[in-house]
Design a protein around this ligand. Structure first.
Ligand code: KIV
Ligand code: ZN
Length: 522
């Protein structure tokens, strides 16, 4: 068989994924995910949006310094200030890339209030500027799939002439459909002068559930870079899921003769890590990495599977790195068993970390007969939340609840290193606890979501509580698990608040481009 064409995998979990409301990651978590992406063979890692904040800048430059084989890319809006800041961060990489973008559709052109000619001039100047700094420049006409054809071809040609080496065609609002996605790339390659000298990329959002199909269709049309995220993390319904395109190209190589450099056996591990650090659980029936993706419950399926796994499986669990044993953990399990179970679940801990987790595991095993994989995942999520440098910490909580109102909560929070205590009342124990947090740390964030679910079955099950807060359009999520639902609620609320404090400092890529005036910065 002839050699397959190579499709570059561009991962944007740390940029577009992290931009998703509530998915903020800490500095060390970003470094860890970048290392896993590099190790699994991702070609390009979009490490962040350096101008967004000091923290984002530091994360991108540290990822650049530590990079091995992957190209490290940073995002910048179409102005010199963003591009310079991006270059300062990515230049430490062995293979740096600047990615600059501007919204080209009529709706997006109206935001900075530029005429078509003014925008075309801006694209020429900013891409030229980026190319003077870096040999590897990616340019994106945001909302390309809703941009007039004439204007799209005009600006793509300008970007190529100005030195862009990759042209990315974003379907920013997940509007396109597979045939259209393929045709768009095919026509751009056929009709734009200079198109043969650059790589065309596809960047799809999943608003209509077609991101993976649209990305694969774009490859059929000639795109040779797919932009995607682990678990499909991303704004609204998310981005194309990396694991889906990688496995689709692998399993259906007969009709899609393209390969990627991704080691698929690392997919399960990285998926779990991203779910844990982002706080975005993977839906059970998610393709490739969902809990049920390889589970066969019905009698007919189980019978078929026992006779021949291929009856109902088009890939084997081990192809994506799913190799769990059935070791049941309980209060008699030792450190070695815990280490090995955690390894299966994607956590490789240093000895001192294992000791800390072991203490928490023992405490849980005393309260719960069997500690299942989901309990350990929840425990690790809490452990990691506790490892981050947070301004607020729950130190003590006692609630009085029952048939006699009002319920009250006696809460001690550590705030910027100092313990503060209050007793507050409310309509139920959780309301009283949240009121106590608000009294100790007044804030304007609004509770958007409060959700409780049992991690496993039984009355001794841990509850995972998710809290989503909103403040001036910023959204953050906090999660915590405990056999005591009110304790988990307090911790989840405080976790969301801590993330909000970090987010207050950041500028988002899609924020009004008017705030950095074109004339001021070019
Ligand atoms: O969806 C989008 O258009 C983007 C751009 C910044 C590439 O994420
Ligand atoms: Zn996007």
């Amino acid at each position: 068989m002839a050699d397959k064409d190579h499709v570059l995998i561009f991962d944007t979990t740390l940029r577009d994924g992290e931009q998703s409301p509530g998915a903020t990651m800490t500095h060390s978590q970003k470094l860890e995910i970048a290392e896993l992406l590099d190790d699994m063979g991702v070609d390009i890692i979009e490490a962040g949006f350096p101008i967004a904040s000091e923290g984002d800048f530091n994360a991108v430059s540290e990822i650049a310094k530590r990079s091995k084989d992957a190209v490290i890319c940073g995002l910048s809006r179409a102005n010199f200030k963003d591009i310079d800041r991006c270059w300062e961060a990515v230049k430490h990489a062995a293979q740096p890339r600047i990615h600059t973008f501007i919204g080209t559709s009529p709706l997006h052109r109206a935001i900075p209030d530029l005429t078509k000619d003014e925008m075309a001039e801006k694209i020429h100047e900013t891409v030229t500027h980026a190319r003077n700094l870096c040999d590897n420049v990616q340019w994106s006409p945001m909302d390309a799939t809703r941009t007039e054809w004439e204007y799209l071809t005009r600006v793509v040609e300008i970007a190529i002439k100005a030195g862009a080496t990759t042209i990315n065609i974003p379907d920013t609002v997940g509007y396109t459909a597979p045939r259209e996605s393929a045709d768009l790339i095919r026509r751009l390659i056929a009709e734009v002068p200079g198109a043969e000298d650059v790589i065309f990329a596809t960047h799809c959002h999943n608003d209509l559930g077609m991101a993976t199909a649209n990305s694969l269709a774009a490859v059929e049309g000639g795109a040779r870079q797919i932009e995607c995220t682990i678990n499909g993390l991303g704004e609204r319904a998310g981005n194309t899921a990396l694991e889906e395109v990688v496995m689709a190209l692998r399993v259906r190589g007969d009709i899609m003769p393209y390969d990627t450099g991704v080691d698929a056996t690392k997919l399960t591990h990285i998926s779990r890590r991203v779910a844990t650090v982002s706080g975005f659980a993977v839906q059970y029936n998610k393709a490739i990495v969902g809990k049920n993706a390889f589970a066969h419950e019905s009698g007919i399926h189980q019978d078929g599977m026992l006779k021949n796994a291929e009856t109902f499986e088009i890939m084997r669990p081990e192809d994506v790195g799913l190799t769990e044993t059935n070791i049941v953990m309980g209060k008699h399990s030792g450190r070695a068993a815990l280490r090995s179970k955690l390894h299966e679940l994607g956590f490789d801990l240093a000895d001192n970390q294992l000791n800390d987790v072991f203490v928490r595991f023992k405490a849980l095993a005393d309260r719960k007969k069997e500690v299942l994989a989901d309990d350990l995942m929840a425990l690790m999520r809490d452990q990691e939340a506790g490892d981050t440098v947070d301004r607020l910490k729950v130190k003590f909580l006692r609630v009085i609840c029952g048939t006699e109102a009002p319920q009250s909560a006696d809460l001690t929070l550590e705030i910027d290193g100092e313990d503060r205590q209050v007793t507050a009342q409310g309509d139920g124990p959780v309301d009283a606890t949240f009121n106590a947090v608000k009294e100790l740390f007044p804030h304007g964030a609004r509770l958007q979501l409060y959700q409780v679910h049992a991690v496993t079955e039984g009355t001794d099950a841990q509850a995972t509580v998710t809290v989503r807060l909103e403040e001036e359009g910023r959204i953050t999520t906090g999660q915590s698990a405990d056999t005591d639902t009110v304790v988990a609620s307090a911790k989840a609320y405080v976790a969301a608040l801590n993330r909000m404090l970090v987010k207050r400092e950041r500028v988002e890529p899609h924020s009004d481009t008017k705030q950095v005036s074109y004339k001021d910065v070019t």
